[in-house]
Unconditional design. Structure first.
Length: 236
Protein backbone atom coordinates (compact mmCIF):
# COMPACT_ATOMS: atom_id res chain seq x y z
CA UNK A 1 0.00 0.00 0.00
CA UNK A 2 2.82 2.39 0.91
CA UNK A 3 4.57 1.74 -2.41
CA UNK A 4 1.30 2.33 -4.28
CA UNK A 5 0.85 5.68 -2.54
CA UNK A 6 4.44 6.63 -3.21
CA UNK A 7 4.05 5.76 -6.88
CA UNK A 8 0.97 7.98 -7.14
CA UNK A 9 2.85 10.85 -5.53
CA UNK A 10 5.79 10.46 -7.87
CA UNK A 11 3.45 10.53 -10.86
CA UNK A 12 1.71 13.65 -9.51
CA UNK A 13 5.04 15.33 -8.82
CA UNK A 14 6.03 14.86 -12.48
CA UNK A 15 3.24 17.27 -13.40
CA UNK A 16 4.95 20.05 -11.45
CA UNK A 17 8.00 21.58 -13.11
CA UNK A 18 10.88 21.71 -10.64
CA UNK A 19 12.01 25.23 -9.82
CA UNK A 20 9.24 26.89 -11.79
CA UNK A 21 7.24 29.77 -10.35
CA UNK A 22 3.75 29.44 -11.80
CA UNK A 23 1.22 32.08 -12.62
CA UNK A 24 -1.80 31.96 -10.33
CA UNK A 25 -4.33 30.62 -12.84
CA UNK A 26 -1.91 27.95 -14.07
CA UNK A 27 -1.26 26.80 -10.51
CA UNK A 28 -4.97 26.73 -9.72
CA UNK A 29 -5.62 24.56 -12.77
CA UNK A 30 -2.69 22.26 -12.04
CA UNK A 31 -3.42 21.59 -8.38
CA UNK A 32 -6.58 19.58 -9.13
CA UNK A 33 -4.56 17.29 -11.42
CA UNK A 34 -2.20 16.27 -8.59
CA UNK A 35 -4.85 14.29 -6.68
CA UNK A 36 -3.42 11.07 -5.25
CA UNK A 37 -5.56 10.18 -2.22
CA UNK A 38 -8.73 8.13 -2.05
CA UNK A 39 -10.43 10.80 0.04
CA UNK A 40 -11.49 14.35 -0.85
CA UNK A 41 -8.28 16.28 -0.31
CA UNK A 42 -8.06 19.86 0.89
CA UNK A 43 -6.63 22.58 -1.34
CA UNK A 44 -4.00 24.26 0.82
CA UNK A 45 -2.17 27.56 0.58
CA UNK A 46 1.22 28.05 2.22
CA UNK A 47 2.70 31.53 2.52
CA UNK A 48 5.91 32.96 3.87
CA UNK A 49 5.64 36.66 4.61
CA UNK A 50 8.31 39.33 4.92
CA UNK A 51 7.47 40.05 8.56
CA UNK A 52 9.16 39.51 11.92
CA UNK A 53 6.45 38.00 14.15
CA UNK A 54 8.56 38.67 17.24
CA UNK A 55 7.42 42.28 17.00
CA UNK A 56 3.80 43.08 17.89
CA UNK A 57 3.51 45.58 15.04
CA UNK A 58 4.37 42.87 12.50
CA UNK A 59 1.80 40.30 13.53
CA UNK A 60 -0.55 39.19 10.76
CA UNK A 61 -3.78 37.78 12.14
CA UNK A 62 -7.34 37.91 10.90
CA UNK A 63 -10.33 36.19 9.38
CA UNK A 64 -11.96 35.96 5.98
CA UNK A 65 -15.29 34.55 4.90
CA UNK A 66 -14.51 32.34 1.92
CA UNK A 67 -17.13 32.91 -0.81
CA UNK A 68 -17.73 29.17 -1.21
CA UNK A 69 -16.79 27.99 2.27
CA UNK A 70 -13.86 25.75 3.12
CA UNK A 71 -15.65 22.44 2.56
CA UNK A 72 -14.72 21.51 6.11
CA UNK A 73 -17.22 20.72 8.86
CA UNK A 74 -16.17 23.14 11.61
CA UNK A 75 -16.89 22.25 15.22
CA UNK A 76 -17.57 25.40 17.23
CA UNK A 77 -17.31 25.77 21.01
CA UNK A 78 -18.84 28.90 22.54
CA UNK A 79 -17.75 29.87 26.04
CA UNK A 80 -20.48 32.06 27.44
CA UNK A 81 -23.18 32.29 30.07
CA UNK A 82 -26.92 32.86 30.43
CA UNK A 83 -29.14 33.32 27.40
CA UNK A 84 -26.15 33.47 25.05
CA UNK A 85 -25.74 29.71 25.45
CA UNK A 86 -29.08 29.01 23.78
CA UNK A 87 -28.45 31.67 21.14
CA UNK A 88 -25.17 29.97 20.27
CA UNK A 89 -26.76 26.53 20.05
CA UNK A 90 -29.64 27.85 17.95
CA UNK A 91 -27.09 29.35 15.53
CA UNK A 92 -25.41 25.97 15.10
CA UNK A 93 -22.71 25.81 17.80
CA UNK A 94 -21.66 22.28 18.67
CA UNK A 95 -21.05 23.16 22.30
CA UNK A 96 -21.95 26.14 24.50
CA UNK A 97 -21.28 26.68 28.17
CA UNK A 98 -18.82 28.03 30.69
CA UNK A 99 -16.83 26.46 33.52
CA UNK A 100 -17.72 22.90 32.59
CA UNK A 101 -15.99 23.24 29.21
CA UNK A 102 -13.02 25.13 30.67
CA UNK A 103 -12.50 22.19 33.02
CA UNK A 104 -12.74 19.69 30.17
CA UNK A 105 -10.12 21.59 28.15
CA UNK A 106 -7.81 21.60 31.18
CA UNK A 107 -8.14 17.81 31.22
CA UNK A 108 -7.11 17.56 27.56
CA UNK A 109 -10.40 17.75 25.64
CA UNK A 110 -10.08 19.33 22.17
CA UNK A 111 -13.05 18.11 20.13
CA UNK A 112 -13.53 21.50 18.44
CA UNK A 113 -11.96 23.65 15.73
CA UNK A 114 -12.94 27.16 16.84
CA UNK A 115 -13.48 28.73 20.26
CA UNK A 116 -15.74 31.77 20.51
CA UNK A 117 -16.10 33.63 23.80
CA UNK A 118 -18.12 36.55 25.11
CA UNK A 119 -16.04 39.34 26.76
CA UNK A 120 -17.26 38.43 30.26
CA UNK A 121 -15.64 35.01 29.91
CA UNK A 122 -12.15 36.24 29.01
CA UNK A 123 -10.90 36.66 32.62
CA UNK A 124 -11.79 33.02 33.21
CA UNK A 125 -9.83 31.92 30.14
CA UNK A 126 -6.53 33.17 31.53
CA UNK A 127 -5.84 29.69 32.89
CA UNK A 128 -6.17 28.31 29.34
CA UNK A 129 -3.77 30.78 27.75
CA UNK A 130 -0.93 28.31 27.26
CA UNK A 131 -3.22 25.39 26.39
CA UNK A 132 -5.29 27.18 23.74
CA UNK A 133 -2.60 29.61 22.64
CA UNK A 134 -0.15 26.96 21.45
CA UNK A 135 -2.89 25.50 19.25
CA UNK A 136 -3.97 28.88 17.89
CA UNK A 137 -7.39 28.51 19.51
CA UNK A 138 -7.36 31.31 22.08
CA UNK A 139 -10.29 33.69 21.42
CA UNK A 140 -9.19 37.09 20.16
CA UNK A 141 -11.13 40.18 19.05
CA UNK A 142 -8.99 40.46 15.89
CA UNK A 143 -10.16 37.04 14.73
CA UNK A 144 -13.79 37.75 15.57
CA UNK A 145 -13.82 35.10 18.27
CA UNK A 146 -14.41 37.49 21.17
CA UNK A 147 -17.83 39.01 20.65
CA UNK A 148 -21.18 39.80 22.24
CA UNK A 149 -22.99 38.63 19.09
CA UNK A 150 -22.37 34.90 19.45
CA UNK A 151 -25.12 33.93 16.99
CA UNK A 152 -23.52 35.88 14.14
CA UNK A 153 -20.02 34.62 14.96
CA UNK A 154 -21.17 30.99 15.07
CA UNK A 155 -23.06 31.37 11.80
CA UNK A 156 -20.04 32.86 10.02
CA UNK A 157 -17.63 30.14 11.14
CA UNK A 158 -20.13 27.44 10.27
CA UNK A 159 -20.46 28.92 6.76
CA UNK A 160 -16.72 28.82 6.20
CA UNK A 161 -15.17 31.81 7.91
CA UNK A 162 -11.43 31.18 8.03
CA UNK A 163 -9.24 32.31 10.92
CA UNK A 164 -5.48 32.55 10.38
CA UNK A 165 -2.36 33.96 11.95
CA UNK A 166 1.33 34.08 11.13
CA UNK A 167 3.54 31.62 13.01
CA UNK A 168 6.92 32.33 14.56
CA UNK A 169 8.63 31.66 11.22
CA UNK A 170 6.52 34.20 9.35
CA UNK A 171 4.41 31.52 7.66
CA UNK A 172 0.68 30.95 7.24
CA UNK A 173 -0.82 27.62 6.17
CA UNK A 174 -4.57 27.28 5.53
CA UNK A 175 -7.10 25.22 3.61
CA UNK A 176 -9.22 27.15 1.11
CA UNK A 177 -11.49 24.44 -0.23
CA UNK A 178 -11.70 20.85 -1.42
CA UNK A 179 -10.42 19.21 -4.58
CA UNK A 180 -14.01 18.52 -5.67
CA UNK A 181 -14.79 22.26 -5.76
CA UNK A 182 -15.02 23.79 -9.21
CA UNK A 183 -12.02 25.69 -10.53
CA UNK A 184 -14.01 28.91 -10.24
CA UNK A 185 -14.85 28.25 -6.58
CA UNK A 186 -11.22 27.58 -5.69
CA UNK A 187 -10.12 30.72 -7.52
CA UNK A 188 -12.73 32.84 -5.74
CA UNK A 189 -11.67 31.49 -2.35
CA UNK A 190 -7.97 31.94 -3.13
CA UNK A 191 -8.49 35.51 -4.23
CA UNK A 192 -10.57 36.37 -1.15
CA UNK A 193 -7.93 34.93 1.18
CA UNK A 194 -4.99 36.56 -0.56
CA UNK A 195 -6.75 39.91 -0.74
CA UNK A 196 -7.23 39.85 3.03
CA UNK A 197 -3.58 38.88 3.59
CA UNK A 198 -2.55 41.82 1.43
CA UNK A 199 -4.90 44.18 3.27
CA UNK A 200 -3.35 43.16 6.59
CA UNK A 201 0.21 44.00 5.54
CA UNK A 202 1.82 45.68 8.59
CA UNK A 203 3.14 49.16 7.98
CA UNK A 204 6.30 48.12 9.83
CA UNK A 205 7.02 45.30 7.35
CA UNK A 206 10.00 46.10 5.15
CA UNK A 207 10.91 44.83 1.70
CA UNK A 208 8.93 42.24 -0.22
CA UNK A 209 5.80 41.23 1.72
CA UNK A 210 4.82 38.05 -0.14
CA UNK A 211 8.05 36.02 -0.08
CA UNK A 212 6.71 32.61 -1.13
CA UNK A 213 3.28 31.38 -2.19
CA UNK A 214 2.48 27.72 -2.81
CA UNK A 215 -0.57 25.58 -3.51
CA UNK A 216 -0.96 21.89 -2.83
CA UNK A 217 -3.44 19.18 -2.03
CA UNK A 218 -3.31 17.40 1.33
CA UNK A 219 -1.23 14.53 -0.08
CA UNK A 220 0.12 16.25 -3.18
CA UNK A 221 3.29 18.08 -4.24
CA UNK A 222 3.68 21.80 -3.73
CA UNK A 223 3.14 24.15 -6.66
CA UNK A 224 5.07 27.38 -6.22
CA UNK A 225 3.47 30.61 -7.42
CA UNK A 226 5.45 33.67 -8.46
CA UNK A 227 4.75 36.09 -5.56
CA UNK A 228 5.17 39.14 -7.79
CA UNK A 229 2.67 37.79 -10.30
CA UNK A 230 0.37 36.89 -7.40
CA UNK A 231 0.35 40.52 -6.30
CA UNK A 232 -0.45 41.70 -9.85
CA UNK A 233 -3.18 39.06 -10.10
CA UNK A 234 -4.88 40.53 -7.01
CA UNK A 235 -4.72 44.01 -8.52
CA UNK A 236 -6.33 42.88 -11.77
Amino acid sequence: MANKKAKKYVEAAKLVETGKLYEVKDALELVAKTKTANFVETVEVALRLGVDPRHADQQVRGTVVLPHGSGKVTKVLVLTQGENMQKALDAGADYAGAEEYIEQIQKGWFDFDVVIATPDMMPKLGKLGRTLGTKGLMPNPKSGTVTTNVAQAVSEFKRGKLAFRVDKLGSIHVGIGKVDFTAEQIEDNFKAFMAEITRLKPSAAKGQYLRTVALSLTMGPGIKIDPILASKYLEA
